[in-house]
Design a protein around this ligand. Sequence first.
Ligand code: NAP
Length: 247
Amino acid sequence: MGLIPGTAVVTGGSRGIGKAIALKLAQLGAPVAIGYTKNTAKAEDVVAVIRENGGKAVAIQADVSHPEECEKLIKQAEEFHGPIGILVNNAGITRDGLLLRLKNEAWQDVLATNLDGVFYCIQACLRGMIKRRSGRIVNVASIVGLHGNAGQANYAAAKAGVIGLTKSAAQEVAKRGITVNAVAPGFIATDMTAALAEKIQDEYLAKIPVGRFGSPEDVATAVAFFCSAEAGYITGQVLAVDGGLAM
Ligand code: NAP
């Protein structure tokens, strides 16, 4: 199995799932551009690991909640490594709270990063992909976007939106050699889930049929599959990577 040609852009590549995706795509031969918003040191660490292993990588600070920053991310990635073949929309945040108490700001922030950011990044690289008649777009959604979750209405709405966006984009560009798919992780061990109370973590663990939390690499493997040349007949799909949690 081999990746389609071109630069891979991974938003939120400085930590967690995005970092594992960036390392995996680089290992499979793609020059990688890692987007991030705050953690310059961590993003540069990922770049250093990829370069030490003979790969090509660059870190680009770009807050995906701003369209002009998404345009900058794509432009700089292309200047550095050449045309984009792969876009992985992974950047995401949580601002949990029960609906009655959910602040407007928490709603807006989560929608802006987790949903608007996906739209902006897709728009910024789609024209080039269409011209080249080649591309792989993978959006990192969540099983919460499929099933909802008490205390995460903002996050669930954003991730459900990502799934609708994935399927609509897939239909629009299917004839242009571009696939658009989503992965829907369950409970993956990252900074995001480490922030949850131990009791909540234990409750999740008890419900996961496979009997363990997922690793960022579990998600990266699924993303890499969607980015392969061989996956060209698979589009508009949502693949749960959740140890069976949501089946
Ligand atoms: P994480 O460890 O908290 O890392 C988040 C990443 O996103 C960081 O690289 C961060 O950059 C970046 N980021 C945050 N806001 C951004 C913005 N506005 N613009 C650009 N980059 C931004 O999260 P994770 O657990 O790896 O999650 C990655 C994705 O998987 C998210 O979309 C999340 O919703 C989804 N997901 C995670 C789980 C899970 O169990 N962990 C489950 C389902 C879905 P900085 O380092 O600069 O802050």
